[in-house]
Design a protein around this ligand. Structure first.
Ligand code: TYD
Length: 394
């Protein structure tokens, strides 16, 4: 019983009650369409006798309508679909209903005495009424849901580690986060006035029913966003924008022992500390001091570099005239690198070990190894991604 109640509570939280209003509207339209069709076809005689004959057919039509709505999910993303999708979906709804009705009438001989022309006219009127009433009701609901506030509803997709920064970054853009999709909410945290969701279905429903207008990812690789969510966003005509940083120096969680003989233990946890799914891990060993490696940038690959033993300099270049040297000289220090940064690694101590966690499998085509090509790539990229906010370490 409690579970059942929770189910309804969740459905209501996700805005599903609005769906019921569309079902009611559809049924009202269907009955109205039948009245109109009969009136158009029979004119004055309509009220005198025909309607009674027609009643069972209308009842069958209503039952078919409910079946089609539920079974074929014809109200899929109804609140967010554009006019073209609305027309296509409504046409599908009417076509399926008409076919089912034809099958039932043919096999049961119900309404044999009745004119088929009225059915055709009724469904045609129904189609027009569906499109018009949905469009109107959506415009009204949009006003109700958004309220009078002019601020947009914004969804932030991020991880535990980056949630606070993501909110701050959006505040800098004068945008207030209303919903957060946390890839994993280990701390079970709560934020005042912001709905935090971890469930893909729930967040899809909220994007649809809460009229989320903009979606940003912060501190995570695009590949980490579930495909299902990307698909739903594109169905709703929403793009996911990266609100970014190019690199980040991180301190890993470390358990130091009071007894130095026991050493120190540092650790990283997927999704909490590492904002991408790890597809590859590699490390470079048996090195001499003053070894230089790297001299490339990645188009896709996000990486977390760390040096569990030794000292290694990572020289970064963003291709826009900014250079920065990060020294990995502690086993608990890491460098999170987003794609699009030229890097050179310099071994400062022989035997230093470089470990890399990467978001992509090895793919030579994803590398840019020519510096001039990198500069051109970066300029084009920045021009294209004018929505990308570059956040820089100070
Ligand atoms: P490379 O990327 O050139 O190393 P760096 O840039 O650090 O100097 O890699 C050296 C070689 O190793 C190259 O032939 C590709 C191969 N390689 C793999 O096959 N898989 C991997 O995951 C990596 C990193 C390299």
């Amino acid at each position: 019983m409690k579970e059942r109640f929770n189910f309804f509570r969740k459905q209501f939280a996700a805005g599903k009650p609005w769906l019921i209003s569309f079902i009611v509207i559809d049924l009202v339209c269907l009955v109205a369409a039948n009245h109109l069709a009969a009136k158009v076809y029979l004119g004055q005689h309509y009220f005198s006798y025909t309607y009674n004959d027609y009643r069972p057919i209308v009842l069958i039509m209503v039952l078919i309508d409910i079946f089609v709505t539920v079974g074929f999910d014809t109200l899929h993303l109804v609140l967010r679909r554009n006019r073209k999708d609305e027309i296509i979906r409504s046409a599908e709804h009417v076509a399926v209903s008409l076919v089912l009705l034809a099958v039932i009438l043919f096999t049961t001989k119900t309404g044999a005495s009745f004119s088929r022309a009225i059915v055709y006219i009724a469904y045609f009127i129904y189609f027009i009424l569906l499109v018009c009433s949905h469009t109107l009701w959506k415009a009204i609901l949009q006003r109700i849901i958004r309220g009078s506030s002019s601020s947009e509803s914004i969804l932030l997709i991020t991880t535990d580690r980056f949630v606070d920064e993501g909110i701050q970054e959006l505040e800098k853009k004068k945008s207030k986060v209303t919903d957060i999709f946390l890839l994993k909410n280990m701390d079970r945290r709560e934020l005042e006035g912001v709905q935090i969701t971890e469930n893909v279905d729930k967040i899809k429903a909220r994007i649809c029913w809460k009229y989320i207008e903009k979606i940003f990812i912060y501190g995570i690789d695009y590949q980490t966003v579930p495909d299902e969510l990307i698909k739903a966003c594109s169905d709703m005509g929403l793009s996911i924008e990266a609100l970014g940083f190019e690199y980040r120096v991180m301190d890993f969680k470390t358990i130091a022992n009071a007894d130095p003989k026991l050493g120190a233990l540092s650790f990283l946890e997927g999704k909490i500390d590492i904002p991408f799914s790890i597809r590859r891990v590699y490390w470079i060993t048996e090195t001499e001091a003053d070894l230089h490696r790297g001299f490339h940038a990645h188009k896709l690959n996000c990486q977390l570099l760390f040096c569990p033993y030794g000292v290694i300099d990572i020289i970064l270049d963003d291709g826009l005239g900014n250079e920065k040297k990060i020294t990995l000289d502690e086993p608990y220090k890491g460098l999170l690198l987003m794609p699009g940064m030229w890097r050179e690694m310099v071994w400062r101590k022989s035997g230093s070990v470089l470990c890399v966690l990467a978001s992509e499998y090895y793919d030579a085509d994803e590398y840019i190894r020519n510096y001039d090509e990198f500069i051109t790539y970066k300029k084009d990229y920045i021009a294209k991604r004018d929505t990308l906010t570059i956040w820089r370490e100070v």
